[in-house]
Design a protein around this ligand. Structure first.
Ligand SMILES: C[C@H](CCC(=O)NCCS(=O)(=O)O)[C@H]1CC[C@H]2[C@@H]3CC[C@@H]4C[C@H](O)CC[C@]4(C)[C@H]3C[C@H](O)[C@]12C
Length: 323
């Protein structure tokens, strides 16, 4: 499972958790402006917007899971197993292989409006990266400070939804996730009133009772409701540290602890959590075994170059001893 969310204070933040039972080998990867992107079905793009994100690099190809570009446009792919479908090549369209989707959008679009326009002529193809990396079944969130959309390629066609909560998890399809939120309209951060029965004396014996009924399990529909509630009620200062801190708390509401999600004897855990300041070009992250926030600042690199700039993920707890 995975969860993605957006958050706005003074700047616009975007991030995700990546939950799985093993890691593909992830790195924080900056693709500078002159790295040539070779696509399977369209012409190479020699120069484009620079981007930074989490990727698995194979043969010098950055296979991004989530990233944002130097203009502040962000995008993440999350599992959509059983619902995702990609298509055969179609003449007259921009045929983009599924694993090329993030580089293509972030390389060529400056904002969400441009991304929406690009999607009109795009055909997301079922071309696998290689035998070793068959087609992942994904759906995507694309966002900038103006808003967010969800992109779901399914058997019955491409669905593009306005994503007004700025949240994405996994199954079921996004329109159903939104419908399911109807169930929770009564939940509130405020204490409830007794509407149950006037004649019975009910006591507010604890704080936080207004949100009783908000799910706490790890299913994707439950995480959708949990993180949406958390994000939509989030309050923080708008300095960088306060915003980043709050962002990690938002995604922390759907953190997966080893042992609680059994996948045939292996355990799905939150391998990493990211938080991008899309305006300042900084990619912050924590990993399952390193709670300390680490960060890579894209603006500190020479972005007019040709070679990928890769930072190994920092692992292991860094505990600040006080005596
Ligand atoms: C496993 C992850 C999703 C985690 C998730 O959502 N877990 C919920 C399980 S559940 O849905 O709840 O059951 C996804 C998210 C992004 C993916 C990579 C995208 C690039 C590339 C695409 C190629 O086609 C295949 C290889 C490739 C490296 C992909 C590997 C893997 O697929 C990644 C890491």
């Amino acid at each position: 499972m995975c969860t993605a969310a957006t958050y706005k204070t003074k700047d616009f933040y975007f991030g995700r958790t990546l939950d799985y039972e093993f890691s593909y080998g992830d790195e924080v990867v900056i693709t500078p402006r002159n790295y040539p992107f070779h696509f399977r079905h369209i012409d190479a793009i020699e120069s484009h917007y620079a981007m930074i994100g989490m990727a698995h690099v194979v043969d010098n190809d950055p296979l991004y899971y989530d990233a944002f570009n130097e203009c502040g446009l962000a995008m993440a792919g999350l599992n959509f197993v059983g619902n995702a479908a990609y298509y055969d090549i179609e003449e007259g369209k921009d045929n983009i292989a599924q694993f090329e989707f993030i580089p293509w959008i972030l390389g060529t679009c400056a904002n969400l409006e441009e991304a929406k326009t690009a999607l009109i002529h795009m055909n997301l193809t079922n071309t696998p990266y290689s035998e070793q990396f068959p087609l992942a079944q994904l759906h995507w969130i694309i966002a900038d400070q103006s808003g967010a959309i969800t992109v779901e390629a399914m058997e019955d066609g491409m669905h593009i939804y306005e994503n007004n909560v700025g949240v994405l998890t996994n199954n079921p399809p996004f329109n159903i996730q939104m419908f399911l939120l109807n169930q929770y309209m009564n939940l509130s951060p405020k204490q409830p009133e007794n509407l149950f029965a006037k004649d019975i004396d009910l006591d507010q014996y604890s704080r936080g009772m207004g949100a009783i009924g908000l799910p706490g399990d790890l299913s994707s529909s439950s995480r959708f409701a949990k993180v949406a509630f958390t994000k939509l009620h989030s309050v923080s200062g708008d300095s960088e540290n306060e915003s980043v801190n709050q962002f990690f708390h938002i995604l922390g509401s759907v953190d997966q602890q080893r042992g609680c999600c059994d996948v045939n004897g292996k355990y799905e855990i939150t391998l990493y959590t990211s938080c991008c300041n899309t305006q300042k070009g900084i990619y912050y992250y924590t990993t399952y075994d390193n709670h300390q926030i680490s960060a890579v600042d894209m603006t500190k690199e020479d972005l007019n170059t040709k070679n990928l700039i890769c930072y190994e993920v920092i692992t292991g707890e860094h505990i600040q001893m006080q005596n």
